[in-house]
Design a protein around this ligand. Structure first.
Ligand code: NAD
Length: 420
């Protein structure tokens, strides 16, 4: 190994805080309030013992409650080998700003377990989930902290989580969102994040005199968010010309047949080997020439090292924190617009809010109402962001963080948390 003179790498949490510091100047939030607003309220770490193949294995899980000034903590649970404290902190913080930006009555939280769900069977995932939720259950509750799915988790796991909490506290559907429909899940939740990505992208296009019809889209990640984003892009007559997942990438310049790709992924577990496509080196996926590049997998994938190779007009952050600040500086320098995560992927938490509201009211909404309310919230929120960015001559990111920070600051003040 050669000696490196690499710059000290900042953690994702430090990167989010850097964005908040910039926003504090624009939003006029005093520095003395920023320590309270940046740092999590409570951090829980638990050990999860599991016997796999006759061997005891210990997994580590986290639940980080970042801020509840505007309502109960809200945020997903991630199962992924890279889950660590700093990453979960950053994701928890992003939830605080996301819920504030779309003005739903929640704060921000995130959780995760460092594990690889792709190599675990259902029995192991069930045991992991029940133990994890039992061990964090004392800080959860429909008016305290309401988890949801994220990378590596899904409706099935949320159903098990609800049951684990219910064994201790009685039947409580509003304890998690993203549940199966049979357990009080909401119609429209499964595809809400991907659908929201397309609603926001279309609004950006319209505001800039463009249409999604015929637009070329590249998507990294074909899980919950990426696959439904692809479906809704195609619904707007855009062409999804390349997609990738953890196993590999594919392309078709004429546009991939997304309904057929859904079937292929269902049958094989990956996009690779799809019949009407050519294989693509995954290292090249982010560098494809396109109108919209949609990272919908991991964080930190567009960085100071590789952003120079991006050949998109717009990067739509469907994943959380996929573009580092250094990466964003390079994209901006190359006139590439970045639509930030806290608005681009806010459709999921918005429909989670509808699910929570339905559970509390014990009254199911019709799908048309979900769509109508989702559309109205995202449209209004993004119109505010675009207006703010224009007025302050700043990026969509800075506008989003400034609006959100101001709202959380004012709520904290109203609670008497800050100097009166
Ligand atoms: P998922 O587990 O359903 O899918 C993840 C996808 O990413 C899979 O296709 C996987 O193969 C792919 N992937 C993983 N590692 C990869 C790699 N190294 N290179 C390329 N692809 C890779 O997860 P999801 O729920 O779709 O979440 C994706 C992102 O969206 C995450 O950043 C998550 O935090 C964010 N997000 C999710 C939701 C939600 O409602 N699920 C809401 C907001 C934001």
């Amino acid at each position: 190994m050669t000696a490196q003179t690499a710059q000290p790498k900042s953690s994702p949490f430090e990167e989010v805080n850097r964005r908040l510091d910039e926003a504090s100047e624009v939003a006029g939030v005093p520095q003395e309030a920023m320590a309270l607003l940046k740092n999590p309220y409570r951090e829980i770490r638990v050990e999860i013992p599991l016997v796999i193949d006759d061997h005891l294995q210990l997994f580590t899980g986290f639940r980080i409650q970042h801020n509840a000034a505007r309502g109960p903590y809200k945020g997903g649970i991630r199962y992924h080998p890279h889950v660590d404290l700093e990453e979960v902190r950053s994701l928890a913080s992003l939830m605080t700003w996301k819920t504030a930006l779309v003005e739903i009555p929640f704060g921000g939280a995130k959780g995760g377990v460092a594990c690889d769900p792709t190599i675990m069977n259902d029995k192991e995932l069930y045991d992991l989930t029940v133990t994890f939720f039992t061990r964090i259950s004392m800080v959860l509750g429909p008016t305290r902290d309401v988890p949801a799915p994220d990378m590596g988790t899904n409706a099935k796991i949320m159903g098990w989580a609800m049951a684990a909490y219910g064994r201790l506290n009685g039947h409580t559907p509003a304890i998690v969102t993203g549940k199966p429909l049979e357990l009080g899940g909401s119609v429209g939740r499964e595809d809400a994040t991907g659908k929201g990505v397309v609603i926001i992208t279309e609004q950006w296009a319209e505001a800039n005199g463009l249409s999604l019809k015929g637009a070329r889209v590249v998507i990294q990640g074909f899980g919950n968010v990426g696959s439904f984003a692809a479906k809704h892009f195609v619904g707007k007559q855009a062409k999804v010309i390349a997609v990738g997942d953890v196993k590999g990438s594919i392309k078709n310049d004429k546009g991939l047949d997304i309904p057929e790709l859904f079937k292929h992924v269902q049958a094989t577990g990956s996009v690779i080997g799809f019949k009407e496509s050519d294989p693509l080196n995954s290292d090249q996926l982010l560098f494809q020439e396109c109108d919209y590049l949609v990272p919908a997998a991991l964080g930190g994938v567009i960085t100071g090292q590789n952003a120079g190779g991006v050949k998109a007009q717009v990067v739509v952050e469907a994943a959380n924190h996929p573009v580092t600040p250094e990466g964003e500086d390079i994209l901006t320098g190359n006139n590439i617009v970045v639509i930030p995560d806290i608005i681009a992927n806010a459709g999921g938490v918005t429909v989670s809010y509808f699910e929570w509201a339905q559970n509390i009211q014990q009254f199911a909404w019709k799908e048309a109402r979900i769509h109508e309310e989702l559309y109205a919230i995202l449209r209004k929120s993004f119109a505010n962001v675009m207006h703010f960015a224009k007025e302050h001559d700043c990026s969509l990111r800075l506008a989003s963080f400034s609006i959100a920070l101001d709202r959380v600051y004012r709520a904290s003040k109203a609670r008497g948390y800050l100097r009166l």
